[in-house]
Ligand binder design. Structure first.
Ligand code: SF4
Ligand code: SF4
Length: 435
């Protein structure tokens, strides 16, 4: 009865049949938007991974793991935002954004259209029933070809995260490109096979039984997290109706959802009931609700505010720390990197050669001058005086220390400098053994 009290306080208005579909179309728009964003982020150069350098690439800048403040700050902000999101809207990401769910829904829709309403794969092991008038080879062929085309298209998306768009195009057009990995066609074939199997057979089995990410999101759900509320005061209307449950692709009963069930807050059950009741000029019996499942109206507002403030309270310090680290990482980001190593070539116990490694972290040409401070110029020699980059990458210069230094430790600096004012120094302790 308590839940009836709380729901009776919510202002309810009936929608026209067309308006009752609004939630459904909003969700479809967000699902497509997510897929578009997943392609645009790497294609526009906002983020990708350079597998050769083992680095992230943001706006044509390599971000190394050693750019600690940028990497850690970013993940801290992301993790804090995610925790706040999961505890507020639960698994809504799955229902409104996840490409796996979007593809599965599309596959269900196409299967129903081509093979009949009861041809959908059942999560409860029920055999699929193909409509007698739809069981034609042409329908099966269209279905198979559509699934294969979708798999081939979606398998291209991960490539954008590892290669610039021009290289992905070379791959699609079968053009020779030295930047393409030799095994890429095989990797792509594996991706296509996995996505095809997923679309054709796995679909929502993944969401319901296998998705680790969903389990992770579940860990942050509480009594107050977004869920489906049911107006049980009008339950008489449900006696001869089960429409909402038939529309739930996770085969739940939306009238009695639980905190830790598999509901993904997609809202299709709400749309179903709204459309049904709109024909009678009545509001639907289902709606989204944030707050205690059994609270009265006043208690609901109170719990919403206190639960939100407690979540913000403990996630905010992490978010602020992450933002500060990220900003500092941006300010202190260095385009070049200098390191000096002992060269592999050794002449007995005496080390006379060093490898000066200069890296350019931006995908553009650059010149870095190298010099030594603390040694007379007659006592050392570089094989190259400058590191000239045509693109991002690393250039190794050989530094040879000539004979003539007395035995003992000699400290000197290797200095790298660029025309934009960047400079870095690396101290070397050079040991000369007594003869
Ligand atoms: S669609 Fe609405 S009326 Fe029908 S069973 Fe579901 S909640 Fe009840
Ligand atoms: S119960 Fe409703 S919101 Fe939850 S998964 Fe099923 S249709 Fe979507």
């Amino acid at each position: 009865m308590q839940s009836n009290n709380s729901l009776s306080g919510i202002p309810i208005t009936a929608e026209t049949p067309k308006a009752s579909m609004r939630l459904h179309w909003q969700r479809r728009a967000l699902q497509w938007f997510t897929i578009a964003v997943a392609i645009l982020i790497p294609a526009a150069g906002l983020f990708r991974i350079d597998p050769m350098a083992g680095a992230f690439v943001v706006l044509d800048r390599q971000i190394w793991w050693s750019d600690f403040f940028l990497v850690f700050g970013f993940w801290l902000v992301l993790a804090s935002g995610a925790v706040l999101l999961y505890s507020t809207v639960g698994t809504a990401f799955c229902g409104w954004s996840c490409p796996q769910n979007s593809l599965s829904e599309w596959a269900n829709y196409l299967t129903q259209k081509l093979l009949g309403k009861r041809a959908e794969l059942s999560l409860d092991g029920e055999k699929m029933k193909v409509g007698a008038n739809k069981n034609k080879w042409s329908n099966w062929a269209i279905l198979g070809i559509s699934f294969l085309a979708a798999a081939m298209l979606f398998a291209l998306i991960p490539l954008f995260y590892f290669y610039p768009p021009a290289v992905v195009w070379s791959f699609i057009a079968f053009q020779q490109d030295a930047r393409l990995a030799g095994s890429l066609h095989f990797i792509y074939f594996v991706f296509v096979a996995v996505i095809f199997l997923d679309i054709a057979f796995i679909r929502h089995f993944w969401c319901r039984f296998m998705c680790i990410y969903k389990v992770w999101q579940h860990g942050f759900k509480t009594q107050h997290t977004l869920h489906i509320a049911y107006d049980s005061s009008r339950s008489a209307l449900c006696e001869k109706c089960n429409y909402c449950a038939t529309q739930c692709f996770l085969e739940l009963d939306p009238k009695s959802t639980d905190i830790y069930d598999t509901c993904i807050n997609c809202g299709e059950c709400i749309t179903a009931c709204n459309s049904l009741q709109a024909k009678q000029g009545q509001p639907g019996l289902l709606r989204f609700k944030i707050g205690d499942r059994d609270a009265t109206r006043f208690a609901l507002l109170k719990t919403r505010l206190s639960s939100l403030s407690s979540r913000v309270h403990w996630t905010m310090p992490f978010a602020l720390l992450g933002i500060s680290m990220f900003v500092w990482g941006l300010v202190s980001y260095e385009r070049f990197h200098l390191a000096v190593y002992r060269a592999d070539t050794m002449h007995g116990p005496q080390i006379s050669d060093y490898r000066v490694a200069v890296s350019n972290k931006i995908y553009d040409s650059a010149v870095v001058d190298i010099s030594v401070d603390g040694l007379d110029s007659s006592l050392y020699q570089f094989d190259l005086a400058q590191a000239r980059f045509n693109d991002v990458g690393r250039i190794d210069l050989q530094l040879h220390i000539k004979d003539g230094l007395p035995p003992g430790i000699h400290s000197f600096l290797v200095i790298a400098s660029a025309p934009d004012g960047w400079q870095d120094r690396y101290r070397v302790q050079h040991f000369v053994a007594s003869k």
